[in-house]
Design a protein around this ligand. Sequence first.
Ligand code: GDP
Ligand code: MG
Ligand code: ZN
Length: 316
Amino acid sequence: MYFCGMKGLVVKNTGSWYVARGDDGTLTQCKIKGNLRLKGFRCTNPVAVGDVVDFEPRPDGTAWITAIAARRNYIIRRASNLSKEFQIIASNLDQAVLVVTLSHPVTNTTFIDRFLATAMAYRVPALLVINKVDLLTEDDDLALLDAVAGLYEHIGYPVVRTSTLTGEGIETLRSSLAYKTSLFSGNSGVGKSSLINLLVPGADLRVGDVSEAHHTGMHTTTFSELLDLPGGGCLIDTPGVKGFGTIDFEKAEVAHYFPEIFETGKSCRFDNCTHTHEPGCAVVDAVERSLISQSRYASYLSIIEDDPNDKYRKPF
Ligand SMILES: Nc1nc2c(ncn2[C@@H]2O[C@H](COP(=O)(O)OP(=O)(O)O)[C@@H](O)[C@H]2O)c(=O)[nH]1
Ligand SMILES: [Mg+2]
Ligand SMILES: [Zn+2]
């Protein structure tokens, strides 16, 4: 037998199997060879949806993944809160989409800010989708919507307001996703599956699926799938992965991932200002003068206070 290696894109990860798609569109079920390991960190699942891999077909029609092509970027998270093991959620992304809602359910801003900071740390541009805007009808609700959208737009994040019920914003979202590989994330119940069903005809994802709750506990396997957009580009759906705001940042680097805090921090008296207690802190001053949002600053503090005793985090 001659070795006949093939190349493919990983389009599905079930936890025990990966599905690789070859250039001709054929799908092959693959497993990892035991010796395929990632350097630098312990990882329960070294291959991710979005990876380009070499695979070696076996007589039974399945294959071994033998190599992973260098990744442009990737997003990982802890396998569980206290775990030292990591899961790669997806790789080679053009953007990370976070779907949020301001009611039913309310997405908390710390969750949003951690997501945005983490995406930036991984050098993946983020897009914020505010879904269920049809529920926002009272003046107060509309003012809140404008305030939240305005806050993130002002910082530089693209924001799309959508409703899967009325169709508002769906075309705008469609064009923001065209020709790109986008990770789709968000708390359960915000309408991810509903949005994907509109964007990917035939996706047929279950809507209002409460069983997702079972996947949010400890030691869950990562199930993700790449779905092709009809006009070009694709979405990576990761049911059970709400977000990825749980990586360890080095305290001093957190401000780098809050663009407005980073910009303002250039005017602090001390170069190594943590924007907490130092005299002459331009950030604290800007928060007091409402030039930086209270909620963003609170999120910043919550991240730097995460685990002060943590050792310097190894670069992944
Ligand atoms: N009012 C309203 N409800 C929505 C919208 N999008 C989704 N829903 C509802 O929200 C619930 C959760 O939707 P689903 O797509 O399963 O959310 P997921 O958990 O993020 O995948 C379902 O009952 C949907 O019908 C929307 O734009 N407006
Ligand atoms: Mg869903
Ligand atoms: Zn400062």
